[in-house]
Design a binder for this molecule. Structure first.
Ligand code: 5GP
Ligand code: ZN
Length: 144
């Protein structure tokens, strides 16, 4: 399946048509910071093919997405000082999926962070997003 940059915001980010704070990329996957994070460092891992449902995704892209998340999540933890993380995949509008391009959320979690998934997204101020992007990239590179 191809990308659909004309209609899809995540395909636009993958193609570089609109900016995304990329933390990781390989031939099948693109990962970037969520613009409205539940906690700072919240990262989205998306396959480089336009597909709205996990069940419709080619096996190799599905495997690449989960493998990339397993690699990126520890780097997000080390960059943010998180104690754990949620991996979340909303499939279908009724399940909270707003962007119809499959994406795995990596949500760093802190003790008593009071995050209610689905209810409390934050905003980055100033250079905070770029600073954290660079820090996560550095931590991923350190693990390679
Ligand atoms: P969903 O609700 O579909 O599972 O999650 C979509 C996520 O994409 C939301 O957490 C939202 O903040 C994020 N998002 C939507 N548009 C953009 C964008 O243009 N840039 C980035 N970085 N994140 C986006
Ligand atoms: Zn797309």
């Amino acid at each position: 399946m191809a990308l659909d940059p004309e209609h899809c915001v995540f395909c636009k980010i993958i193609e570089g048509i609109i900016p995304g704070a990329k933390v990781y990329e390989d031939d099948k996957v693109y990962a970037f910071l969520d613009i409205a994070p539940f906690n700072f460092g919240h990262t989205l891992v998306v396959p480089k093919t336009h597909c709205h449902a996990i069940s419709e995704l080619d096996d190799e892209y599905r495997a690449a997405m989960i493998n990339a998340a397993a690699k990126i999540a520890p780097a997000v933890m080390r960059a943010t000082g998180a104690a754990g993380y949620n991996l979340l995949l909303n499939n279908g509008q009724v399940a909270g999926q707003e962007v119809p391009h499959v994406h795995l959320h990596i949500i760093p979690r802190f003790v008593d962070d009071k995050v209610l998934l689905g209810a409390s997204q934050k905003q980055y101020e100033g250079t905070a997003m770029a600073d954290l992007q660079a820090k996560i990239q550095e931590k991923i590179a350190l693990r390679d």
